[in-house]
Design a protein around this ligand. Structure first.
Ligand code: HT9
Ligand code: FE2
Length: 379
């Protein structure tokens, strides 16, 4: 664990004079659903039928995604942690797809007199959707603001799937779930994440170990940690949810529903779904896991239990603040400890190795922060 520096007075967050939680965003009321979905899918080639279907998921929850309230809670938890460390740097909130939009928030940050923003995103892994696209969002917002005569500097923490805070919070959740179901043999842990197109998976392998290997690494770390804590071998595998895109396009498989049917046929009696791909119980978790996969399990007569997401757990939240402190120290030219749990190295910028063209998308868009490619090439 990193030293939180709490006892040694205020932790040094310079050069950051402001912080930003950058997230996906979601609708707050039924009228928001369609404009939100248009924002998400602009230029992404998602079939209309899929959009209508996903719109229904939101309407069945009153047209309100849980994600915004969860981010408000995460902000409150981060602020409490910063206060404990006597760090007097304000934390703001911006989203890719819904209010408060990133450019509006950056404008506010500037108007409040701040110039150097430290960013946390709500995505733990490397891929276009979960890392680079946020850098593009920042890059495009900065370009827009620059045209208005407003200039800011942004930097962000590394992808944190293997940061000890995220790893231990995730392991705690799997352990708690297995204790709750009192499972012995015959129960399997299905580690669940968002499916992505095969092409996006391949792009993620250019400058990092890749989306898939990162999940597998965390899964193995959790399995060995929880097996040790429970004193028995935990069985688990990686499955996917929330596939979209046209059927002709290859996405990561197996889908959790398909895999549960096979496992039932193989004699498995129950599953624990552990959503390691998501940091809170947003719509993918509430609909794809708690509604759809639970229903599939019930039809298959398979016991089903969903493990918690990291949410606002202490280990996760203080890990994020440690990551901000780590990045701030790097920007001051220091070489802070870059702790990892698992067998893969720290992701950029902790290792300084994220290539400029890492996880490149299909558009030629500016990115911020811009990290130079390094000789090692692997982050
Ligand atoms: C890797 C990944 C994460 C995890 C990392 C992260 O958290 O960032 C994630 C999170 C989320 N995805 C979300 C919602 C949606 N994602 C969609 C579409 C897509 N997601 C993709 C990937 C990911 N998505 C991809 C490759 C697409 C296809 C379109 C494209 O290539 O961009 C669509 C369009 C309809 C559909 O096709 O499902 C929606 C509505 C919400 C908000 C939930 C809420 O409202 O509570 C969250 C947190
Ligand atoms: Fe998504």
């Amino acid at each position: 664990m990193m030293d939180s520096s709490a006892s040694a007075g205020a932790a040094d967050f310079s050069p950051f004079d402001s912080l930003l939680l950058l997230s996906f965003g979601g609708p707050e009321k039924p009228d928001d659903v369609l404009p939100f979905l248009k924002n998400v899918t602009a230029g992404r080639g998602i079939p209309d039928e899929r959009l209508i279907e996903v719109g229904e998921h939101y309407y069945s929850f009153g047209g309100r995604s849980p994600i915004n309230d969860q981010n408000r809670q995460l902000i409150a938890a981060l602020e409490a942690d910063l206060e404990r460390r006597e760090v007097d740097v304000p934390l703001y909130w911006g989203n890719r797809n819904w209010e408060p939009y990133i450019d509006d928030t950056l404008r506010r940050i500037h108007a409040d007199g701040h110039r150097n923003v430290g960013v946390i995103t709500t995505s733990a892994y490397s891929s276009y959707s979960s890392c680079r696209q946020y850098r593009e969002d920042l890059g495009m917002a900065l370009e827009k603001l620059h045209a208005e005569g407003i200039d800011l500097t942004v930097d962000k923490i590394r992808q944190y799937y293997n940061h000890p805070g995220f790893v231990s919070a995730s392991a705690d959740n799997v352990e708690a779930a297995l204790r709750a179901v009192g499972a012995g043999t015959g129960t399997k842990v299905l580690f669940v994440t968002h499916s992505i197109p095969q092409t996006m998976q391949e792009a993620s392998e250019v400058g990092t170990p890749g989306y898939l290997r990162q999940h597998e690494d965390l899964m193995r770390t959790i399995i060995s940690e929880v097996s040790e804590r429970l004193g028995r071998i935990v069985e688990g595998e990686l499955v996917f949810c929330s596939r979209s895109g046209p059927p002709t396009q290859q996405w990561l498989e197996p889908d959790i529903n398909d895999r549960m049917a096979e496992l039932k046929a193989e004699g498995i009696s129950g599953v624990v779904a552990a959503p390691i791909g998501f940091v809170s119980d947003h719509m993918e978790v509430k609909f794809d896991l708690d509604t759809e996969a639970r229903q599939t399990a019930s039809e298959l007569d398979l016991d089903y239990y969903r493990a918690a997401t990291v949410g606002t757990s202490e280990a996760f939240v203080s890990g994020l603040v440690d990551l901000l402190a780590e990045r701030a120290a790097e920007l001051r030219g220091e070489t802070p400890a870059v702790p990892v749990g698992g067998s893969l190295p720290a992701c950029s910028p902790g290792s300084g190795a994220c290539a400029v063209d890492c996880c490149i998308g299909k558009f030629d868009r500016p990115v911020a922060p811009v990290w130079p490619a390094t000789a090692s090439g692997i982050g």
